[in-house]
Design a binder for this molecule. Structure first.
Ligand SMILES: [Fe+2]
Length: 366
């Protein structure tokens, strides 16, 4: 059974949404850039074999940033999330997992990280549907100056989680019912003063792969997933005019290049995670959708007013894409040393109470 529409609280507007991106709506709706959305323009010919079958209708689910850990009973939280998916009346055909499956591998001792990955797999298997992972920064072992493993560790970097999940390539694509899905790896390796690290970037080689992969998909409706967002309105959310538009670590460094590929191939939506702030943003015919984090504030409650949740996507026979951001029922289980989180939750509740009080006064006209 679907839980009520997602309403993360006072910091963001109600996010229950059902936007149909039919080919006609695309040119009569919020955007009407010829050649960018819709198929009123000449269709781009497929790069390989032509696609003739019509897309079928189905649902899929986007679960991101579950940060699985026994701390704060996060493993139980994720089990609750998975159960809520299994309780859905209309079962999704598959799950796209948006990254940060493990609580952390960058600066966590290896034995704990290994257990987090094990828990992630065990609990995700309970979805009883295919699930497709996307690499998150916290899924990587040791690419940080705070690493707790040697750089010579045989499981260093992406190797451990890819082996454990029998994951052949960190970026890949697949088809379902006439729709095409591409999964990106934006955890781009770089050398830093401390040794191996990463920056949020797709990189030219992968972008080239993506362009030809989407080209080969021809006219199929297309959805792409990344962990770190191409668009994120952090500065606007904070209301800080001095905040950078592309804060380091928060937004992809090569958003402009990715955006061009997505537009060229009429991709319906880029699914994003990482910030734990649900957002929907439409730019030049592409939806940039950041789903709620499954873990909310890393299992400590709501993060900037957004609680634990996920997004269900509805794919239609005419290539329509609609979605609902949904919460699931989980109360934070704070630990004795979670003083900061306790204070933050109290502040959040005080702000909510204040907003409720103002609303009551304003509706009463006094
Ligand atoms: Fe995360």
């Amino acid at each position: 059974m679907l839980v009520p529409p997602y309403n993360p609280g006072m910091d963001t507007p109600t996010l229950n949404r059902r936007e149909f991106l039919t080919t006609t709506a695309a040119v009569t709706g919020t955007l009407a850039l010829p050649g960018i959305t819709g198929q009123t323009q000449a269709a781009i010919p497929p790069a390989t074999q032509p696609h003739t079958s019509q897309p079928g209708s189905f649902d899929f689910i986007h679960l991101t940033d579950m940060h699985v850990t026994a701390r704060r009973k996060g493993d139980q939280g994720y089990r609750t999330c998975v159960q809520s998916v299994r309780d859905m009346k209309n079962q999704p055909a598959f799950a796209l997992i948006g990254g940060d499956m493990a609580f952390d591998g960058l600066y966590t001792p290896k034995d704990k990280y290994v257990e987090q990955v094990r828990l992630y797999k065990e609990i995700s298997d309970g979805l009883n549907m295919p699930y497709h992972h996307c690499m998150g920064n916290h899924d990587v072992l040791g690419w940080s100056g705070r690493r707790k493993v040697q750089v010579t560790d045989p499981d260093f970097g992406k190797k451990y989680i890819m082996d454990a999940l029998q994951w052949d390539n960190p970026y890949y694509s697949f088809d379902h019912n006439g729709w095409h899905f591409a999964v990106l790896d934006c955890i781009y390796p770089i050398q830093q003063d401390h040794g191996p690290g990463y920056e949020p970037r797709i990189g030219d080689e992968q972008l080239d792969w993506l362009a030809y992969d989407l080209g080969a998909a021809g006219d199929r409706p297309k959805v792409v997933m990344t962990h770190i967002a191409a668009f994120c309105n952090t500065a606007q959310i904070k209301g800080d005019p001095t905040a950078p538009g592309m804060p380091p670590g928060i937004v992809l460094r090569d958003t402009a290049k990715l955006q061009a590929v997505l537009e060229r191939h009429k991709v319906k939506a880029l699914l994003q995670g990482h910030t734990h702030r649900p957002e929907e943003y439409r730019w030049r015919g592409v939806w940039y959708i950041t789903s709620p984090a499954v873990s909310g504030a890393w299992w400590a409650g709501d993060f900037t007013g957004a609680g634990p949740g996920y997004t269900v996507f509805h794919c239609g026979e005419e290539g329509e894409l609609a979605w609902d951001m949904l919460p699931y029922d989980w109360e934070a289980q704070l630990e004795p040393d979670d003083g900061l989180e306790r204070d933050r939750n109290a502040q959040t509740q005080a702000k909510r109470d204040e907003q409720a009080k103002l609303l009551t006064l304003e509706r009463a006209g006094r």
